[in-house]
Design a protein around this ligand. Structure first.
Ligand code: ADP
Length: 619
């Protein structure tokens, strides 16, 4: 016996604390232990590279094995190992972080050291009632030692006869945690945390199907890719490599739209690949998330607080040892490094989009419908992103042509400026149901934008706020003459009494519809314009649409939808109805009202049936 003693922690109750509170996720114990094994391997490589040892480091690997009878899970490496003194220092005196000391010593070396997770090794006690360390140091003439601890602060340390350099960590799994003795469970955890570690990780033998049965082969089952795409040079990678890596991350997804390879050395270290996904449904967006790694060890896929919200919709990998882990989210957001990282990523994303836009506008336009949701979300939530994205944001007109904001301004500036000098952008949200209005506007020589995206309404508000004397008006929000008023309104040639009688005539026949209001108005719109048009005030409609996106605005959401029913006093059909009151004229009024409803897709059910019958009677 080399010794026994108490572990250098301040309280006897540290283990229950570790078990319960330290890690919300018990399963990360495996990540911690495997990371240590990878570290020990990398350290040995560093020592050999610096000429301090001649050890053979060619086939270093970490292997994981389960012994169901002994109820143990063992993680073995062929790394530097530990002497009795080192165990005492690094394991017993919890306060010493061996990794940190090592980092200081070799900080200019290129081999990465994992070990930023805090109480790594002791997390084993979350699932084990006893942990043994059986280890032989790489140092010449070292004595192999076995350390053992049963979860109380007492430990034993004795000489043993391990022959090969390296460390076995033997976890005697406790009764409550026996799931960690199941192959499938361990395989799944290794897939999750260890898939891209830089040293081969081996778990059992590869299996194959033979005569309808799954049998083991002689080949080691290496579960990781030691050089994942993000750690390689962009110049060494082809488009296929990026797409293949994407499939490794999200097996059942379509190819992404494009990728951004991140690589920063200063003032922080960050690598990674971000992908703009092809969005099929919002479920995909929630399911496939950006994965955060620290020196190739998976940490989490909840990256809120590390990148701005709109970028959490992207897919891919971010790897940075400079993101403080094991701290609260609110702390994360105020951390200076994290802020720098977040800003850098935002800038990089904007630069990449601009480059794609400049290099290949056609390809950019083809991708626009898929990119749009990310970009609009970005400009709505990140002021800095707007400043950059302004140059490449596209808008599409009802004929499917794309324009950037400046191009569109120039296109409509002369024809769509009203008498007060305001530039009016006309838009439609549905090409089919607003067809008549779109055609009317086009016949007048105006251009109509198609704004049918989920975030288009707030986006429109943003563009208005950023531009001078510019407003967006939906094509059906007023009669064409009033959409872009060019001159003072033509006056209605009917007397006040005549107008009142006409309004009453129509008001009496208005349909009773749930949550809808109609208000009859009379205007002089010219003989050739339609006799009756339904319009919906831009402001109110927009407020109601915004209410759907923002819970705080439910007041607008509950108000009835109100339409103006505009009668054209210049039209023959309307003129004929002035001053007459008969059954026939009432039918005409009904017919006109129904036609206006019909052209807005509002005539349904019984009302539609009645309209059809009445129309047959006209023959
Ligand atoms: P950290 O890795 O954050 O320093 P740990 O508690 O995980 O903290 O480990 C403490 C120290 O124990 C490590 O820094 C390392 O010096 C040593 N150690 C742990 N596992 C091994 C191993 N498999 N081989 C060699 N040394 C190890």
């Amino acid at each position: 016996m080399l010794g026994s003693g108490k572990i250098g922690v301040t309280t006897d109750n540290i283990f229950p604390v570790i078990k319960k509170f330290l890690y919300s996720d018990q399963e990360i114990f495996l990540r911690e232990i495997v990371s240590n094994a990878v570290d020990a391997s990398q350290k040995l490589k560093t020592i050999v590279a610096s000429g301090q040892s001649q050890a053979n480091t060619e086939h270093l690997r970490v292997s994981i094995s389960i012994d169901k009878e002994a109820k143990t899970l063992t993680i073995s490496d062929q790394g530097i190992g530990m002497t009795a003194e080192e165990i005492d220092k690094y394991i017993n005196q919890i306060a010493f972080s061996g990794a940190e000391e090592f980092l200081e010593k070799y900080q200019n070396d290129t081999h990465a050291i994992i070990g930023h997770f805090g109480l790594g090794f002791y997390s084993a006690f979350m699932v084990a009632k006893q942990v043994d360390i059986i280890t032989l140091s790489y140092q010449d003439g070292a004595q192999a030692v076995k350390w053992s601890c049963n979860g109380s602060p007492e430990f034993s340390l004795e000489a043993c006869d391990k022959k090969e350099r390296g460390t076995d960590i033997v976890l005697h799994i406790d009764e409550e945690s026996e799931e960690y003795l199941q192959e499938e469970k361990i395989a799944a955890l290794l897939q999750k945390y260890c898939k891209f570690l830089p040293v081969p990780i081996v778990f059992g033998k590869k299996k194959e199907w033979k005569d309808g049965k799954e049998v083991s082969t002689d080949e080691d089952n290496q579960i990781n890719d030691i050089q994942p795409a993000w750690t390689r040079k962009p110049s060494d990678l082809q488009e296929e490599d990026y797409n293949k890596f994407y499939k490794d991350l999200y097996p059942f997804s379509d190819d992404p739209l494009f990728h951004i390879h991140l690589n920063v050395d200063y003032p922080f270290t960050l690598t990674g690949i971000l992908y703009f996904p092809k969005v099929k449904s919002s479920i995909d967006l929630q399911k496939n998330k950006i994965q955060l790694y620290c020196n190739q060890v998976f940490v989490t896929d909840s990256i809120e607080g590390i990148v701005p919200p709109f970028l959490t919709l992207l897919h891919g990998v971010i790897d940075s040892p400079d993101i403080p882990l094991n701290v609260s989210r609110s702390y994360l957001q105020s951390d200076a490094n994290v802020k720098k990282i977040s800003n850098h990523i935002t800038k990089k994303v904007a630069d990449s989009l601009l480059k794609l836009y400049n290099d290949d506008r056609k390809a950019f336009e083809e991708k626009w419908d898929d990119l749009k949701i990310f970009i609009e979300y970005g400009v709505l939530t990140e002021e800095k992103f707007w400043d950059r994205a302004e140059k490449f944001i596209l808008i599409k007109n009802s004929e499917g042509k794309f324009f950037n904001l400046e191009e569109y301004h120039n296109l409509v500036n002369s024809s769509q400026t009203d008498k007060d000098g305001n530039l009016v952008y006309l838009y439609a949200t549905d090409k089919d149901s607003q067809y008549t209005y779109i055609e009317t506007a086009k016949n007048k020589g105006y251009d109509v934008l198609l704004m049918d995206g989920e975030l288009d309404v707030p986006f429109i508000q943003q563009v208005e706020a950023k531009s001078e004397k510019t407003r967006f008006v939906r094509v059906d929000s007023d009669v064409i003459e009033n959409l872009i008023p060019k001159a003072d309104k033509a006056s209605v040639s009917l007397s006040e009494d005549e107008q009142k009688a006409l309004k009453d005539l129509f008001s009496k026949q208005l349909p009773e519809m749930d949550k809808m209001r109609f208000d009859v108005q009379i205007e002089a719109l010219g003989e050739d314009s339609l006799p009756i048009v339904l319009t919906q005030n831009e402001f109110m409609r927009r407020m109601q649409e915004m209410a759907k996106l923002q819970p705080g605005m439910s007041f607008y959401g509950e108000m009835p939808v109100s339409f103006a029913m505009v009668l054209n006093a210049d039209h023959r059909l309307v003129k004929e109805l002035v001053g007459v009151q008969s059954e026939e004229s009432e039918d005409k009024v009904k017919q006109l009202i129904d036609l206006s409803l019909l052209s807005n897709g509002l005539l349904k059910g019984e009302a539609l049936n009645k309209f059809i019958r009445r129309s047959y009677d006209l023959f």
